[in-house]
Design a protein around this ligand. Sequence first.
Ligand SMILES: [Zn+2]
Length: 48
Amino acid sequence: MTPDDLGDCPLCGAAITESWLLIEYETTEGTTGMWAECPNCSDVVDPE
Ligand SMILES: [Zn+2]
């Protein structure tokens, strides 16, 4: 895991880096959630 890694795609497991980030938002729990495009399956996912 490198510093610009957001996490892995929950669908295919590909590593998603910061350059694929689409939007960050505040969740109802006060934490930061994000949506990113997976470079592998081209889906919009929540990196984990
Ligand atoms: Zn994927």
